[in-house]
Every structure is written in C-alpha cells, then in structure tokens.
Design a protein around this ligand. Structure first.
Ligand code: PMP
Length: 337
C-alpha cells in the first residue's frame, strides 16, 4: 500500500505545467511550478517544515512549546499543520489587509490569530513585527521562527524547490522567476540553480511596484505576500540577476487570466510573477530571438486563488480600485503608460 503517515510528509514535489494561452506569441517554453499543490496550499509548507525541524534539533523549540509568527497566512498554515502532528500551540499575528478568508483558514487549523494594523511602521509597538516579538517573549515556551531572518527558509528552497526544478527540466531550465516576499524562495531556489548550472540559469525577481526590492520606498500595494518596506536577511540581494516591478492592476489582471485561460486559480503574487515572466520573455525575444526560442523559463506560483475570492476574483472589489479597466479594454492612461 502507498500512503503517507501524515499530511506533512507530502510537502514538496510539486509539478510543472506549461503556460500555453497567456504566452501567445512568445517562443520561449514557459513552465509554472504549482505550489498550491502542497498540502497546506502554498509554497510556505516547505519553509515551515524545515524551520520547525531545525529548531527542534537546535533545542530552540521544546516539547509542548508555542510557535509565534507574524504571517500573512500561508506560513501559518504550513506551521499549523506541522505543529499539529508534533503537539505545538500556534499563535499567528496578521496585518489587517490580509483577507478574512485567510484568517479563518488559520483558525480552522486550530491556531490563534491576532490582527494588527497594516498602516504603521515596522518599529511601531502595534506593528505585526513588534506584537509577535512581545508574544514570543512573554508566552512560556514561545519560539518565533522569524521567516524574515531564519536561514532555514532559504535552505528549504535550496534543498527542495531548486533540485525539483533542475530534475523536472532535466537541467534544461535557463531562467527562473519568483516573487519576493521574505526573499526565501528566490534566495534558496536561485542560489541552487546558479550553483548547479555554474551560473548559467538567470534568476529574475518579481516585486510589487512601491516595494523596496525594485527601488521603491515601501509605498502600499494590494498584492499580498510579496514586497517589503525593509530588507529581510532571508533575502540575499546578490542572487537575483534582475528585479521586475509590476503594478497591482497588472498583477490582478494576469491573475484573473490565469484562472480563466490556463485553469490555474492562483493568488495575486502568481499573476505578478507571470506578468514579470512574460515581460522578460517578450524583451528577450526582441533582443535575441535565438536565445528566446531556446529558453525554458520556470515561474513559481506560490499559492491558490481560493483565499482571494472576495478580492481579486470579486468584480465589485476590483471595480472599487479601478482594476477592471484592464479586462474591459484599455483606457487612455493604459495606452500612454
Ligand atoms: N506569494 C505569497 C502569496 C506568499 O505568501 C509569499 C510568502 N511571503 C510569497 C509569494 C513570497 O515568498 P518568499 O517569502 O519566499 O519571498
């Protein structure tokens, strides 16, 4: 009989699928790595497993301990499902821009959720960083994985995501594109692909316009899980060869196209990463058509669209921000941009 002993054993090993509709006119082979097929529904299961196992090994997390983490939801799900098996309590701190759906999911896994305001500086006492620090310190047996600084985040991608991409493409991958949140995915996966290919694989980061990674000042954007207003140590800025900034409007328009045209109901950071991928592929095709025809570009899709049904996939929410224009035909501003 073939079965896992626990759902947490099924983390990783996600498939690649070719994008064939949104890529019309492009000669490159563009493959999406579908991370919503992880048991917790996102790429974050990978870092959750590795961070917990490393903290157990180092003695930072003791039996019966409490895991306290600031998380936009996905890391929380990963931590909660590993914690369940191992008997830890979970307390998660979320900024209020995170959808109600995502908070409900965390509570469904048995975690406690504390909500903090989005519109305060990271060093403000009510920021989700400060609140989680205080809880981790004051709850007995508290341990904060700190995905923004924990080297086991990028390490999990170096050990799993990178090798999976290399094996599934039989070493033919030429480019890898990932959104940057904590920076763990791009740092670990990109570093592995650089190492294994002797620097041949080009690593491209996708970032919401306004975020620091693409030269912004941290001005707000609506796409969740990516972009920052500070520089986390989980991110090694020497890994990406290029960073492409994408607006909320373009990220959400592409997210909706992925559901409608590719059968991929994915989150907003996926639309952002695919939009960056297509821009890169278009530019490569103009500059070097032969290289574009040979290119095998892997883009990582971090999570599912189920957590965004009341936002990106809701027409009145989209209209309230003026985001539906892209679907209804270009405005003068779109044309002149
Ligand atoms: N997309 C989503 C939806 C996420 O939750 C995250 C994690 N914050 C990312 C992308 C970015 O991944 P990373 O933190 O590894 O940069």
């Amino acid at each position: 009989m073939k079965y896992a002993k626990h759902i947490s054993e099924l983390v990783g090993g996600t498939p690649l699928v070719q994008l064939t509709s949104v890529t019309a006119g492009l000669t490159a082979t563009i493959l999406a790595k579908v991370e919503y097929m992880n048991p917790g529904g996102s790429v974050k299961d990978r870092i959750a497993l590795k961070m917990i196992e490393a903290a157990e090994a180092s003695g930072e997390l003791l039996p019966g301990g409490t895991i306290v983490e600031p998380t936009s939801g996905n890391t929380g799900v990963g931590l909660a499902l590993v914690a369940q098996r191992k008997g830890y309590r979970c307390v998660f701190v979320c900024p209020d821009k995170v959808s109600q759906d995502k908070r409900d999911v965390l509570r469904a896994y048995g975690a406690e959720v504390v909500v903090t305001p989005t519109a305060v500086a990271p060093d403000h006492p009510n920021s989700y960083y400060s609140v989680s620090d205080r809880l981790a310190k004051e709850i007995p047996g508290g341990w904060k994985p700190n995905q923004y600084a924990n080297p086991n985040g990028p390490a999990s991608h170096y050990e799993t995501t990178g090798p999976e991409i290399w094996a599934d493409t039989e070493g033919q991958v030429t480019h890898m594109v990932a959104g940057v949140g904590t920076g763990g995915t791009i740092t670990g996966t990109g570093r592995y692909l650089h190492d294994v290919s002797d620097g041949r694989v080009v690593v491209i980061g996708a970032d919401p316009a306004g975020s620091v990674y693409s030269g912004g000042d941290g001005r707000p954007y609506l796409v969740e899980g990516v972009g920052e207003d500070f520089w986390p140590t989980a991110y090694d800025p020497t890994v990406p060869d290029e960073i492409i900034a994408v607006s909320d409007a373009d990220s959400f328009a592409m997210t909706r196209r992925l559901a409608r045209e590719e059968g991929l109901l994915v989150g907003g950071s996926c639309g952002m990463a695919v939009e960056a991928t297509l821009r890169y592929a278009r530019r490569l095709q103009e500059e070097d058509p032969a290289a574009a025809a040979r290119a095998v570009i892997v883009v990582i899709l971090p999570d599912s669209g189920r957590g965004y049904l009341s936002k990106i996939f809701n027409d009145s929410w989209m209209r309230s921000y003026g985001f539906l224009a892209a679907d209804e035909g270009a405005t003068v501003a779109d044309v002149l941009r």
